[in-house]
Ligand binder design. Structure first.
Ligand code: SF4
Ligand code: MG
Length: 314
């Protein structure tokens, strides 16, 4: 709800540069239990910052995150204490999230040990079952991260995220480092786990094709702001925001003979240090009007489940 995150910039490169960077600006969205919200945008748009705020890893400058109605940033001690058993995060690079000197079984088991769940034999058994559930084998327990491929390491990271039985998992570019065929396997695994455990996902990627594959609802972010929010179907069928349309044009089209329009004609992401006035997208927007460089558009409800931040629809 209304999440904003500023960072102070320690050493501005130019004296005229502002000392604050707004990574996330007034973002509000809601994820229904058991569904997947996909968050898409170019790198630097603030999606990883938002992910960390939602996963309780980075406090917002203002605003809050509610988990089943309870504040995770201003809630009671009890709520905060329960969070590791409710929210987990999976990152792009399992190499940096897994301790290279620990066997993968021990890494997965760590949270169970910290929370003293059952006897040590119970915990080991739970980890072995989880390894098999994510497509690994119980014999892998004593082996080390470097012995596995990128896809296997991501399965291990998923097992580790699941070990405390959370309801909600934030996946930040969780398959972006993997080959396309391995990506599909890991996405299928995540879908199976969602079905079996009733998980809720916030799935973040710069890749709209991946997002479209896994999400029920898609949120599009640009320079720290949400610019469009719609069901996956609506977003692919009737995208409203010119930025969303540009992202869709850049999605590779698997149909032979159909060409996609290159996206590079529309330029690069401006520096978040000097965001444009008015609509943040106006310097790249082919449909920009005079008002766009002066006035920030309002967040409009076009349909019950379709929102957009653009003057074209006002
Ligand atoms: Fe383009 Fe104007 Fe809409 Fe921004 S508000 S996306 S500049 S038309
Ligand atoms: Mg990122």
């Amino acid at each position: 709800k209304n999440v904003t995150r500023r960072f102070s910039v320690e050493q501005p490169l130019f004296s005229a540069a502002p000392r604050e960077l707004m990574a996330v600006k007034d973002v509000s969205l809601c994820i229904e239990k058991g569904t997947t919200l996909g968050l898409v945008g170019e790198s630097g748009c603030g999606k990883s910052t938002l992910a960390k705020i939602v996963a309780h890893l980075l406090p917002p400058s203002s605003g809050d995150v509610l988990l089943e109605g309870e504040s995770i940033w201003h809630g009671s001690h009890e709520v905060i204490h329960s969070l590791p058993r409710r929210i987990q995060m999976i990152f792009q690079d399992p190499v940096s999230s897994l301790n290279p000197r620990k066997s993968i079984g021990k890494s997965i088991q760590e949270a169970l040990d910290v929370h003293r769940v059952g006897s040590s034999a119970d915990r080991k058994k739970a980890v072995n079952e989880l390894l098999e559930r994510v497509g690994m084998r119980a014999e892998h327990y004593g082996r080390y991260p470097h012995e596995f491929s990128g896809g296997q390491r991501q399965r291990i990271a998923i097992a580790r995220a699941l070990v405390l039985n959370p309801d909600f998992i934030v996946c930040d570019e969780a398959v972006s480092a993997l080959d396309v065929s391995v990506q599909a396997q890991v996405l299928n695994l995540l879908a199976d786990l969602q079905h079996d455990f009733g998980l809720t996902y916030m799935f973040i990627s710069h890749d709209l094709a991946v997002i479209g594959h896994v999400s029920d609802v898609i949120a599009v972010m640009y320079l720290g702001r949400l610019v469009e929010l719609a069901s996956t179907q609506d977003l692919f069928d009737k995208a409203l925001h010119p930025y969303t349309q540009m992202l869709l044009d850049a999605v590779p089209v698997p149909v032979p003979g159909r060409r996609s329009v290159g996206s590079n004609q529309t330029g690069d992401l401006p520096s978040p240090l000097a965001p444009p006035a008015g609509c943040p997208f106006h310097p790249r927007c082919k449909q920009a009007m005079p008002v766009c460089s002066k006035v920030l558009p309002q967040w409009l409800e076009i349909d019950k489940n379709h929102h957009v931040l653009c003057h074209l629809y006002a």
